[in-house]
Design a protein around this ligand. Structure first.
Ligand SMILES: [Zn+2]
Length: 235
């Protein structure tokens, strides 16, 4: 089978890759598939909450998780079917990139809110949101301008808050957190492979979904299912 017909040729770094119709469809499907499970998963956390902090975390995390898949699906649909509406497509593309920062902050939120942290590390509870806001502002002004810088911002946002683990007395879930992080990191290879690997962007989506699923599982298992209402006095 000639896979090349499923893929267009690579473009210079200052241009945006144009997916084939097959790739467009795969880009939409690979994230649309996760909208319902992410909404259901969020409500499971909500109903398993024992106190207002767990409920707050469930809502924040659920909102970040669901909006990642919803906005990504909307963007890819617009980019496929309404690409002639240039400014609308551009706006959706910016939202698709902005939501990643909030998704990362939201993924950390349950750990930061529900786990006991050291005196320095506890500042990460608000710092992640400051970082997410900076990232969003950066996208607003410099969207697609400096692609390497974008990648660095996402990596810093993704990895830096994890340093609080060093100060956590309770460390269960660490393996899953690392495994999920590894999925995202591996996925970046495909994120950068448009025009080299057919369906590269859809494969990136699958890595994101896998990373998110592992992180969801960890949050559900270690912060909700197993938590005997572990209320900490420090919070
Ligand atoms: Zn995408």
């Amino acid at each position: 089978m000639n896979l090349v017909r499923f893929m267009n040729s690579r473009v210079p770094p200052n241009k945006r890759y144009q997916p084939t119709n097959y790739e467009h469809a795969a880009n939409c499907a690979t994230h649309a598939l996760w909208i319902i499970p992410s909404l259901l998963g969020s409500s499971v956390l909500h109903f398993q909450s024992d106190d207002q902090w767990e409920r707050l975390s469930a809502w924040v995390y659920g909102a970040g998780l669901s909006s990642l898949f919803i906005i990504s699906t909307l963007f890819h649909t617009v980019s496929w079917k309404k690409s002639h509406l240039r400014s609308m497509e551009h706006c959706f593309h910016m939202c698709d990139r902005m939501v990643i920062y909030f998704f990362i902050a939201a993924s950390y939120a349950p750990w930061l809110i529900l786990r006991e942290l050291g005196p320095w590390a506890c500042h990460m509870r608000w710092l992640v949101w400051v970082m997410a806001s900076f990232g969003t502002t950066y996208v607003f002004f410099f969207h697609e301008r400096y692609k390497l810088m974008e990648l660095i911002c996402y990596t810093v946002m993704g990895v830096f808050p994890a340093l609080v683990i060093l100060s956590m007395p309770e460390q269960s879930g660490l393996c899953e957190l690392l495994l999920g992080g590894a999925c995202y990191s591996l996925g970046i290879i495909f994120f950068k492979s448009d025009g080299i690997v057919p369906f590269a962007h859809a494969i990136w989506h699958l890595f994101v979904a896998m990373g998110a699923a592992i992180h969801y599982y960890a949050i559900w298992k270690y912060l909700y299912a197993e938590s005997p209402s572990q209320v900490q006095t420090s919070r």
